[in-house]
Design a protein around this ligand. Structure first.
Ligand code: AMP
Ligand code: GLY
Length: 417
C-alpha cells in the first residue's frame, strides 16, 4: 500500500513514522512534510489546503490512501476532492468537518444526539454576549465559533477580558461566539476512528494546553502529552464511545453527512459526570505522538479500513504494554509572535537515547544545511518506557539535550497533578 500524508507537523511526522513501521505499507509520501519527515518519506511541495493539487498528487503517485492531518484542509473540503477521484481518504468531508469548523454546529449536533456537553449560548451581537456572560457568571468561557488555530478560546475570571475577547470575534464578518458554562475536572482526549458507521476507540491521552509548568501562562496548541492514563476510570473508553462518539457518528449519518476519519473527543471529567469540551475532526497534536508510539496494530491497515467502510471487520486494536510521554519544544515568542531561524542543536544525540525519538514540526534547513526553527512548535521529543515515570525521564533527558536560543518547554508533563 502507498500512502500520502498531508501536513507538516509533528503529528504528521508521527503518522508517517507509524505508517513506515507497517509491513503492508510500501511507501509513504508527504505533502509538504518537513526535514524530519524527509528522513522517512518522500516530500512533495504541495499546499495542504489546495484540494485539486492534493488530489492530483495522489493520482500521480498512485496512492492507495490519503491521510489528511490538519483541520484546515478538511474544513476546506480536501477529502471530498480526493474521494471524488476514487482514491480512499482518511478524513471527513467538509460538511462533516463542521464538527470542528463551527462550535455552534457541534453544539447543535450534540443536542440532537443527546451528548453531554457544557450548556452554551451562541451570540452574534454584543448585547447577546453581555446577557450570556451575565447568565453563566465567572469563570467565563468565551469561544470563537470558527477555526482559530487554538487561539479562539478564553477562560477567565475577568469580565472585561471575556467581553473584549468575544467582541474581537463578533467584529469580524459573520462573526459568532459561543459562551458556555465552565467545566471543572481533568481533561481527557479520546480519539475515535469512524468509517461513517462503526466506531473504534484508541487509547486515551492527556494534553497540556498551557505554556508554563503548573498550567500557567497562555493557551497553546499543546505543550506535551502522555498515555495511558492510569488514573482514569476503567469504564471511560466504553462510556465515551457509547454516550458520545457513536451517537454523534449515528447523527451525522442520519443527516446524510457521514463522518469518516478521526473524531477527537475532548472531554472534561467533571464532578457531575462526563462532558464534551470540544470535537476535533483529526488526530490531536501532541496526543498523536504518544498514542501512536503505543499502537501495536498496523496503522496503514487501520486507517485504510476506516477510509473504506471496513472497521466492523477489523477487530480490536492492539497496544504495546508501555507508556509514552512527549515534551514539545517551542520557539522563542510562542504562542505569540514567533522568532524563527534559531539554530537547533542536539537532535541526533537525543534520538540516540534508549526509548527516545524526535519528531519534527516547525523546522527547516538553512542555506548552510543547519537545522533551524521555522515555526511555533518546533519539535516533539517522545519517550517510551515501562511506565510513565520511565517514559517521562526519557522524554525529559532527550529534551534537555536539544538546545537553541529561546527554546521553551514544560518539565511537568505526566507528573501527578
Ligand atoms: P477548546 O479549543 O474548545 O478545546 O478549548 C481549549 C481549552 O480551553 C480546553 O482544552 C480547556 O482547557 C479550556 N476550555 C474550553 N471549554 C471549557 C469549559 N467549558 N470550561 C472550562 N475550560 C474550558
Ligand atoms: N491537542 C489539541 C489539539 O490537537 O487540538
Amino acid at each position: 500500500m502507498k500512502v500520502l500524508v498531508v501536513g507538516s507537523g509533528a503529528r504528521e511526522h508521527a503518522l508517517v513514522r507509524a505508517l513506515d513501521l507497517d509491513p503492508q505499507v510500501d511507501a509513504v509520501v508527504a505533502a509538504p512534510g518537513n526535514p524530519g519527515i524527509a528522513q522517512v518519506a518522500r516530500c512533495r511541495d504541495v499546499h495542504p489546503a489546495d484540494g485539486a493539487a492534493v488530489a492530483a498528487l495522489a493520482q500521480e503517485e498512485a496512492a492507495d490512501l490519503v491521510v489528511v492531518g490538519p483541520e484546515a484542509p478538511l474544513v476546506a473540503g480536501v477529502a471530498d476532492v480526493v474521494r471524488e477521484r476514487g482514491i480512499a481518504c482518511f478524513g471527513p468531508s467538509a460538511l462533516a468537518a463542521r464538527l470542528e469548523g463551527s462550535k455552534a454546529f457541534a453544539k447543535e449536533v450534540m443536542a440532537a444526539a443527546g451528548v453531554p456537553t457544557a450548556m452554551a449560548h451562541v451570540c452574534t451581537t454584543g448585547a447577546q454576549l453581555d446577557d450570556a456572560l451575565d447568565a453563566f457568571g465567572a469563570p467565563y468561557v468565551v469561544k470563537a465559533d470558527g477555526l482559530a488555530a487554538g487561539k479562539g478560546v478564553l477562560v477567565t475570571d475577568d469580565l472585561a477580558a471575556a467581553r473584549a475577547h468575544g467582541l474581537s470575534y463578533l467584529d469580524r464578518p459573520d462573526g459568532a461566539v459561543v459562551v458556555e458554562e465552565y467545566l471543572d475536572g481533568p481533561e481527557v482526549s479520546l480519539f475515535c476512528l469512524s468509517d461513517g458507521d462503526t466506531v473504534v476507540p484508541l487509547d486515551p491521552a492527556q494534553d497540556y494546553k498551557r505554556l508554563g509548568d503548573g498550567d500557567t501562562g497562555p493557551n497553546t496548541g499543546g505543550m506535551g502529552a502522555y498515555s495511558p492514563l492510569p488514573w482514569a476510570p476503567e469504564s471511560l473508553v466504553d462510556d465515551v464511545v457509547e454516550r458520545v462518539a457513536q451517537p454523534v457518528v449515528d447523527e451525522m449519518r442520519r443527516r446524510g453527512t457521514p463522518f469518516t476519519g478521526l473524531l477527537y473527543c475532548g472531554l472534561a471529567l467533571t464532578s457531575r459526570g462526563l462532558r464534551v469540551v470540544e470535537f476535533n475532526v483529526r488526530f490531536g497534536d501532541p496526543e498523536t505522538q504518544v498514542v501512536l508510539a503505543r499502537l501495536a496494530s498496523p496503522l496503514g491497515v487501520v486507517l485504510h479500513a476506516a477510509a473504506t467502510g471496513g472497521l466492523a471487520d477489523l477487530g480490536p486494536l492492539r497496544w504495546h504494554d508501555e507508556a509514552a510521554v512527549t515534551v514539545v519544544l517551542a520557539a522563542a515568542g510562542y504562542p505569540g509572535a514567533v522568532r524563527t531561524g534559531d539554530v537547533v542543536d542536539g537532535v541526533d544525540d537525543a534520538a540516540a537515547l534508549d526509548g527516545v525519538h524526535v519528531l519534527h514540526a516547525g523546522t527547516a534547513t538553512d542555506a548552510q544545511g543547519r537545522l533551524v526553527t521555522a515555526g511555533g512548535r518546533v519539535l516533539s521529543v517522545v519517550g517510551v518506557g515501562a511506565d510513565l515515570e520511565e517514559a517521562r525521564r526519557r522524554a525529559c533527558a532527550g529534551a534537555d539535550l536539544i538546545t537553541w536560543d529561546g527554546v521553551q518547554l514544560r518539565r511537568d508533563i505526566a507528573l501527578p497533578r
